[in-house]
Design a protein around this ligand. Structure first.
Ligand SMILES: NC(=O)C1=CN([C@@H]2O[C@H](COP(=O)(O)OP(=O)(O)OC[C@H]3O[C@@H](n4cnc5c(N)ncnc54)[C@H](OP(=O)(O)O)[C@@H]3O)[C@@H](O)[C@H]2O)C=CC1
Ligand SMILES: O=C(O)C1=N[C@H](C(=O)O)C[C@H](O)C1
Length: 370
């Protein structure tokens, strides 16, 4: 393909918008903005044909859950079916910069597959609860697991199999994550990581490695779509509550008994966002810690400018996060309650698919815009 050709994928499709009524502005209904979708139209109504260009747009649509389409034109059904779970495709058109329509087939196919997520080569670093769940979801989505590194085979960072990975997905421990990033970077492999608890010690250096030395890390304290939405609600609620000082605010997180860090990474992210929005709080502090046997340590006492975060370790709870605004008159609580680890694992694989074609320090804000 010539260098000056911009790959444009023009799809004519009927969109069934799963949220809202019969007429929905994507800007409102979904974590995306029309301009980023490049629809050529500002509003998309259920049952209306729209044009969508660029693979990125399709990818984002898939991420946003727009999965029911009636495709009127295209080719490459495998690519589309992978994203939209069964959508049918007949004809595929793309244009170059001068809008001259060209139809290409097999020579481009590989390029699209590579760009597009099919058969991505994934390495797993950490093969515990998350590593196993991620393996299952990555295989379901058509990817290949080329290397699995756990605590007892770290020499495999130097292996050809590891080096061949498009992306490594890292879920290990607060103590080991940073070294794993260094090993993967040295092997020239991009990293998606959900390990928590390493930022106070290594955050600055990791930011520098990505911003100044060209390495790529997609990190999030929580990869689930639900928590991404919850985070947006948290920011919005905090913005409202900043005008109502009669309410004091505190947070609580509950996790399984195996968790090594407290408070959870998600709680810290939510707390930092909240502090940013509420002038009367300027730092978060650890509150009480309830151990698996019910023993409570720590304290509920904190200064007015401090946001208290309580931690509870109980059974096999995958993760519950609450933000509580309490006044003399009433109490407002928002809670995210993960039923299992699937949401985290799917989010991590989606992030890996995104990371394969992006560079630098990436976050959930790159994947979902609210
Ligand atoms: N961002 C998110 O969405 C989520 C983040 N997490 C975070 O991910 C991390 C892992 O969670 P989870 O999978 O539940 O934990 P597990 O303890 O189940 O798994 C961690 C795995 O990493 C292995 N490991 C330990 N040290 C190393 C090392 N140096 N190199 C390679 N592997 C190593 C462990 O081996 P061994 O058991 O032999 O020690 C274990 O198999 C935690 O920090 C957790 O907070 C968890 C869920 C979601
Ligand atoms: O350790 C866990 O399990 C989890 N860790 C992450 C965190 O620390 O926030 C995300 C999720 O809550 C599960």
């Amino acid at each position: 393909m010539q260098d000056d050709v911009v790959i444009m994928y023009v799809f004519v499709m009927t969109v069934d918008v799963p949220v809202g009524g019969s007429s929905v502005n994507l800007d409102v209904a979904h974590p995306c903005r029309p301009v980023q979708f490049d629809f050529g139209v500002e509003k998309v109504r259920a049952g209306v044909s729209v044009e969508c260009s660029r693979v990125d747009d399709l990818y984002r649509l898939a991420v946003c859950g727009l999965q029911r389409f009636e495709w009127k034109e295209f080719v490459f059904p495998d690519v589309v079916q992978q994203l939209f779970h069964g959508a049918r495709a007949e004809k595929f058109i793309f244009t170059n910069k001068s809008n001259e329509i060209q139809v290409k087939s097999l020579s481009l196919r590989e390029k699209i597959s590579a760009y597009y997520l099919k058969n991505m080569k994934i390495a797993l670093i950490g093969y515990g609860k998350m590593g196993h769940m991620i393996e299952q979801i990555a295989l379901e989505r058509g990817h290949e697991i080329v290397s699995i590194i756990d605590i007892d085979n770290r020499e495999d960072f130097a292996s050809e199999a590891f080096r061949s990975a498009d992306v490594a997905i890292e879920f290990t421990t607060p103590q080991t994550a940073y070294d794993n990033y260094l090993q993967a970077f040295a092997a020239g492999v991009k990293v998606v990581s959900g390990s928590t608890g390493w930022i106070p010690e290594h955050g600055e250096e990791v930011r520098r490695l990505c911003r100044e030395e060209g390495h790529t890390l997609f990190w999030s304290s929580n990869f689930s779509l639900g928590v991404a939405i919850f985070g947006a609600v948290n920011r919005y609620l905090a913005h409202i509550m900043s005008g109502f000082p009669a309410y004091d605010v505190r947070m609580e997180e509950v996790h399984h008994v195996h968790k090594l860090d407290a408070p959870s990474g998600t709680a810290i992210t939510l707390a930092e966002d909240l502090i940013h929005a509420i002038g009367r709080k300027d730092k978060w502090v650890k509150g009480t810690f309830t151990a698996p046997d019910g023993t409570v340590s720590g304290t509920e006492a904190c200064a007015a400018n401090e946001l208290r975060v309580d931690s509870i370790r109980r059974g096999e709870v995958p993760g519950i996060h609450s933000v509580v605004y309490d006044s003399e008159a009433d109490c407002i609580t928002i809670t995210h309650d993960a039923h299992n680890r699937k949401g985290f694992a799917l989010g991590a694989v989606l992030a890996a698919e995104y990371t394969a074609t992006h560079e630098g320090l990436l976050t959930m804000d790159d994947l979902f815009q609210f």
